[in-house]
Design a protein around this ligand. Sequence first.
Ligand SMILES: *Cc1c(COP(=O)(O)O)cnc(C)c1O
Length: 366
Amino acid sequence: MPTLKSINDLNRHTRPMQTELSAAIERVLHSGWFVLGPEVKAFEAEFAAYCGAPHCVSLANGTDALELALRALGIGPGKQVLTVANAGMYSSVAILATGAKPVYADILPDTLLMDVADLRRVLDQQPVDAVIVTHLYGLLGDIPEIVRLVRDRGIPLIEDCAQAHGAMLRGQKAGAFGDIGCFSFYPTKNLGALGDGGAIVTGRADLADKVRQLRQYGWSGKYHAEMAGGCNSRLDEIQAALLRVMLPKLDGWNARRREIAARYSAKISHPAVSAPAIHAEESVAHLYVIRSAKRDGLKQHLAEAGIPSDIHYPVPDYLQASCRHLFEAIDKPVTAQACAEVLTLPCFPEMSNAEVDMICDRVNSW
Ligand SMILES: *Cc1c(COP(=O)(O)O)cnc(C)c1O
């Protein structure tokens, strides 16, 4: 059995595609066109079709996708944006970059996704100008109910789909529920480039146009900076060409990730460890995350057997050193407890069943 070097072995992931990936790079090299050319255009069309969204605008990374989505919706200083605080700070960074203030809803103890009841409570208490819902670990929660709740109040909804490429609920894909869906193609994501990448998808032509302007200095046309808040955030032709090789393989990878997650959840039986529920296509098992009140001891027990693990994520956003001074007395008890208990086990499509079984045995022997 090969030893696992990390929770996500990208060598094992890319090796079977090496010939195709090299050919894609060579194609771009020979074209002499490296930024915003035919590969980007083709990838945007293919990814929009995959997500079931009319528009896709590719960008340099997933954090830019969140920030430009917010800017396109008119978010800036004086505005408040609601999100969750257990999803790695990405949304909070984007909200703060626009000059707006993050507001948090708590999460549900079983799925660790946004608690719709707490969302309603916060919306009743204070003005909120936009909501970002994160499909954490690749799972779509009660997104139809969240859509209903915010639509009723005229609040725009952003989906953070950086962990959920291809997740599907009632025939609808992640990114197609809200006003705008944000994706990252960081190498470890379910659909990952060989470098940074990102995109938004949307059904609204006005938002697509705005993001297209914002990603290139706020230009309406060459050298005419019409929109404020612009930046440089473009996907390279080489990354777009690589993503076009990988996109047709995504559903197969997601199915294998689901299988691995289900195998873990069926086999983990330690009384002090809770394993996530087994999901169908509403999950793409980006991360396989268990919980234990004695998480650090379990992590050590795994490490002693050479099994890598990680923590997604250890610190609630409102307690991060960079921004905790902005918040007074936030109490989100489920979020705080989750950050202290979560532990991520290796999960990537190329893992063998024997590797999953070996890890389950080690967890159960703790
Ligand atoms: C990875 C990730 C991002 C950020 O994407 P980058 O491309 O690294 O900027 C945003 N949100 C979530 C939930 C992520 O997992």
